[in-house]
Each structure stands twice: as structure tokens, then as C-alpha cells.
Design a protein around this ligand. Structure first.
Ligand code: IPE
Ligand code: IPE
Ligand code: MG
Length: 248
């Protein structure tokens, strides 16, 4: 039985979030510049997103550029922004063909103007697609998002639009840039690093984590299937006991 056939499509995670890591090390392994890794990372994005759409996944979030990544050498940042613009432009017809809707989270106003325009154009063009929603995390960090949410909530309290006693997880969800997107049930990180790097700190509260030593450009359909199969074998207890889950 192929890996794909081992997936129980009635029990798919609703949302997979991926920290796509290892492009630089992958390029280094070939004696090439880091950007070579990023180019090949785009190919892995295409493969993964198309495989996710094909099996019927509803949401995928890809960590493409973090707030902290602005601190990389300027040349790498510029190359990444160029690559982002080119890729979104080039892939828009494929998104349409595959019924994929594009969304973004993060401090988009920090991106170069050209990048913002292309992003918005593709978001608008794909907004009615109702297959997979692909969320690109760009200039994103969870702390940035949480700080913004706190500022907005505090402003509402100050203006007497919200009582402190009414602040709950629903109110906080509503003020995050992930508002309206279900929390990820599965988080994948490639490249062998076992850390969260400021990604979706709030939203991953009950996600299952899957780590693979594979570098992102080597990530293939089968790797996505493996992560889903692994996820489907886990018992998600949400604080309860195993016995409670069986009797319910
Ligand atoms: C992930 O690969 C892509 C981005 C963070 C933009 P890296 O560029 O972090 O590659 P490594 O981790 O240095 O190998
Ligand atoms: C996390 O990767 C961010 C993205 C994949 C965009 P990094 O390579 O920036 O993470 P750290 O710095 O090694 O934790
Ligand atoms: Mg990295």
C-alpha cells in the first residue's frame, strides 16, 4: 500500500502549519549560495501545497519569512523578496486551477511595496476559491501578533467598548492575524531543529508536533503523507484521560 493510501482521509488534520527550514544548509551541501536553497525551497512549496490540495486538506500555513529574518544579510533579504514576488506572480494561475485561496499573516506593511501589491493582487484573485487555503506567514512572528492583539484589546477597554471580564480566548483569537483560521492540529518542522522560532505561539497550544531531519528543499509528497500518518496514530487527549476518550 502506498503511503498516500495509508492516510485516513476521514481523519485529516484540518490545518497543517509548516516551518520550512534548512534551505541554506541544503545549498551549502552543493557548494552553492544560500539563494540556491531558497529557489529549490519554492519547488518544495509547490509540491507540498499541491499534494495537500489533492488529498483535500483545508488549511496550510507556511512560515516563509519571520520578523527575525529581517536581520539576515541585506542581499539575502532582497533576494528572498524578489523570489517571493516572482513566485506569487508565476503561481497565481496554478492556484486558480487547483482552487487554492491565498491568505497572509504577519506585518505585511513591512514588505517592499512591490511585494505587497503582488500579494494583494493574488489574494484578491483567489479569494473565492474554496479548496485549500494557503496562508503565507510573511514578516511574521507570534510575539508581534500577540503584542498587536493586546494593544487593540487595551484600546477597546480604554474606550469602554470591552469589559476586562469579557476578555477570553475568543476575544484574543479575534484580534490575532490568524482570526478566522482554525488552529493548526499538526505542526511540521524540517531540518532537524526542535524549536518553534516565534511561530504561532498561541495557535499551536494543542497542536501535534512532527520533526523531520530532512532539509526543506528535499521535502516531498511522501514526507507530507508520513507526517499525516504519524499524526493519525496519536491520541489527542486535550487534558483528559485515555479512558475518558474511549467511553465518550
Ligand atoms: C528556511 O531556510 C527559509 C527561511 C528562513 C527564509 P533557512 O534559510 O533558514 O536555511 P538554514 O536553516 O540556514 O539552513
Ligand atoms: C524559521 O526559520 C523561520 C522560517 C522558516 C521562515 P529560521 O531559520 O529563521 O529559524 P531559527 O533562527 O534557526 O530558529
Ligand atoms: Mg533556518
Amino acid at each position: 500500500m502506498s503511503r498516500k493510501d495509508q492516510i485516513d482521509i476521514t481523519k485529516l488534520p484540518k490545518h497543517i502549519a509548516i516551518i520550512m527550514d534548512g534551505n541554506g544548509r541544503w545549498a551549502k551541501g552543493f557548494g552553492k549560495f544560500r539563494i540556491f536553497g531558497h529557489y529549490n525551497g519554492v519547488k518544495a512549496v509547490k509540491t507540498t501545497v499541491e499534494a495537500a490540495a489533492e488529498i483535500g486538506l483545508k488549511y496550510i500555513t507556511l512560515y516563509a519569512f519571520s520578523t527575525e529574518n529581517w536581520n539576515r544579510p541585506q542581499k539575502e533579504v532582497d533576494d528572498l523578496m524578489e523570489l517571493l514576488i516572482d513566485t506569487i506572480k508565476k503561481e497565481t494561475p496554478t492556484l486558480q486551477k487547483n482552487n487554492i485561496r491565498l491568505k497572509s499573516i504577519g506585518n505585511i506593511s513591512d514588505l517592499p511595496a512591490k511585494c505587497q501589491l503582488q500579494l494583494q493582487e493574488t489574494i484578491d484573485a483567489t479569494k473565492d476559491n474554496d479548496g485549500l487555503t494557503m496562508v503565507l506567514a510573511l514578516s511574521y512572528s507570534a510575539k508581534w501578533d500577540i503584542i498587536n492583539a493586546i494593544k487593540n484589546i487595551a484600546t477597546q477597554v480604554k474606550n469602554n467598548e470591552l469589559a476586562i471580564s469579557d476578555i477570553d480566548d475568543i476575544v484574543i483569537d479575534k484580534h490575532l492575524s490568524t482570526n478566522g483560521i482554525p488552529n493548526p492540529d499538526l505542526m511540521i518542522r524540517t531540518s532537524g531543529e526542535h524549536r518553534i522560532s516565534n511561530f504561532l505561539l498561541w495557535e499551536l497550544a494543542y497542536a501535534e508536533f512532527y520533526f523531520t531531519p530532512k532539509l526543506w528543499p528535499d521535502f516531498k509528497e511522501e514526507d507530507l503523507y508520513d507526517a499525516i500518518i504519524d499524526f493519525q496514530q496519536r491520541e489527542r487527549r486535550f487534558g483528559k484521560t485515555s479512558e475518558q476518550l474511549i467511553t465518550n
